[in-house]
Each structure stands twice: as C-alpha cells, then as structure tokens.
Design a protein around this ligand. Structure first.
Ligand SMILES: [Zn+2]
Length: 264
C-alpha cells in the first residue's frame, strides 16, 4: 500500500517550520507516494495571505526538480475561514499554481481559534451549532476541493468537555452539510492528527465518514496535518482503515485541482 499525505504544513505554523525540502526528504524516506503542501492562508488576515502561496511556488518547484520521479508533490493551501471573506477566498483559490485546496473552519466570526478556547467555560451546544453554521456557509461558498478536519474543535476539548458532548445531536445538520459537499462533487479529508496526538480517533470519525458515503460522497483525501517533518505521514494507515470500515474502496490525491484515485 502506498500512502499519500494530503495535509502538510511548511509555513505559518504555531508549532514549527519545516522546509518543503525537509518534508519531501522525510516523505521519501517513509516511502510515501506523494505529499500536498497545504500551508495556511486565513482570509481574516487579509490580502497579504496571497504571499504564502507565492513563497510556496518557488519551494515546490525546487522540490519537484529534486524529488521528481520519487515523490508526487502537490502545491496546496489550507484556506482558513473562507466564508468570512468570500471575495478574498475566491481570489486565493483562483491562483493557477494551486493543485489542491482544503477549506477549513478554525474559528467563528469575532471569536478565537478553537485551539485557544477554554472548554470548561464554553457553552458546548452553542459552540457546536456555531461551528456547523459556519461550515455550511463555507461549503456553500465553494472555495475548496475537500473540507478540512470536520469537527476540528473536538481535537482541543479535554476529556471532561468531550464527556458533555453528544455528537449525535448534530448529525442531522452535519448530514445536510455532507449532502451539499457530495452534490457539489467535492470531498472531505480524514485527518490523522487525532490519532498521532493521542485524541484517539480520526478527525472526522468513522461515523462521519459513513455519513458522507451515505450522502453520495466519493472523494476523500488522507492527511497528517503535520507541522513538523517528523509528523509527516503519521497514522495514514489509520485513515485508510477508517475509510475501509466506512465502505470506501479508494482515496484521492489532488493534482491540478482534480482528484486522482488510489485503491485501498
Ligand atoms: Zn486546519
């Protein structure tokens, strides 16, 4: 089985900044078939986020020259909170150099990134409904190939907060969103950070992957969400197990904004 990591960061990171070259070297040493470098571009930070892509273009072409034939390298972006500024989101995703766009919600309007919230003092129900409200907007805006790490916020909840959460309360809303994604011919990702960070499950979980399949969804990418070279490619086997259990027989890797499928 050849694994593909479609969610790897080289810049704009709070955790560390591996170079594209270091990422590719690691990917080759792990025997991966390909990586998509998906640095963050957050529309709330304004037009300057276009520079993220310009910087990446040079790094990716250099890496393609060096690793060509051994590793497929996609030039991607993780477009954060694109629904907060649709015009800028459209401008970012229209860049011709892009192979792949992950669309993610990291924070609600006027609020902090879910990473920084104090879940002991949050109204979990309000938070979840707000997340899905924004996710629906993002999906309807259409500036993505796959939706990133659905239920991102759960990654940062501690055990006590998670115990107060009954995810099934939100399945009706989520099902509608996944139907919109499938109808648009777009996909979701299975993000393995929940596995290698010790949360204990993929993000999203198997139930959500099943729901996407039942909604007619076909496109799923697998990604580590690594911000360090040593996290590249981690637990991709867990993502494929999840896909298989959900009834999928293949996963996708994007080039030129088109999915190329690989059998599991
Ligand atoms: Zn993200």
């Amino acid at each position: 089985m050849t694994y593909y990591d479609s969610h790897v960061h080289s810049k704009n990171s709070k955790d560390g900044v591996p170079s594209v070259d270091a990422i590719c070297e690691r990917a080759v040493s792990m025997g991966l078939g390909g990586v998509a470098i998906t640095d963050h571009a957050d529309v709330d930070l304004g037009e300057s986020e276009l520079d993220v892509l310009r910087a990446l273009e040079d790094d990716v072409s250099a890496a393609r020259e060096k690793y060509g034939g051994r590793l497929e390298i996609s030039m991607g972006v993780e477009l954060g909170d694109g629904n907060h500024n649709q015009a800028l989101a459209e401008k970012i995703v229209s860049q011709e150099s892009l192979d792949f766009v992950i669309g993610s919600i990291h924070r609600q309007r006027e609020r902090k990134d879910y990473y920084y919230l104090d879940y002991e003092h949050e109204d979990i129900d309000d938070l979840m409904r707000g997340y899905y409200r924004e996710l629906r907007e993002l999906v309807r805006g259409g500036c993505f190939d796959v939706v990133g790490h659905i239920n991102y916020q759960i990654r940062y909840m501690n055990a006590a907060a998670r115990a107060r959460l009954d995810l099934s309360l939100y399945y009706d809303i989520l099902r509608e969103i996944l139907e919109d994604v499938a109808r648009a011919g777009k996909g979701i990702e299975i993000n393995t950070s929940g596995l290698w960070r010790g949360v204990g499950f993929t993000i999203p979980t198997l139930e959500v992957a099943r729901m996407f399949r039942d909604a007619g969804g076909e496109i799923i990418t697998t990604g580590s969400d690594s911000h360090r070279a040593e996290h590249v490619g981690l637990k991709l086997d867990g993502a494929l197990e999840c896909l298989k259990a959900a009834g999928f027989r293949r996963f996708a890797f994007f080039k030129g904004r088109k999915p190329f499928f690989h059998d599991i």
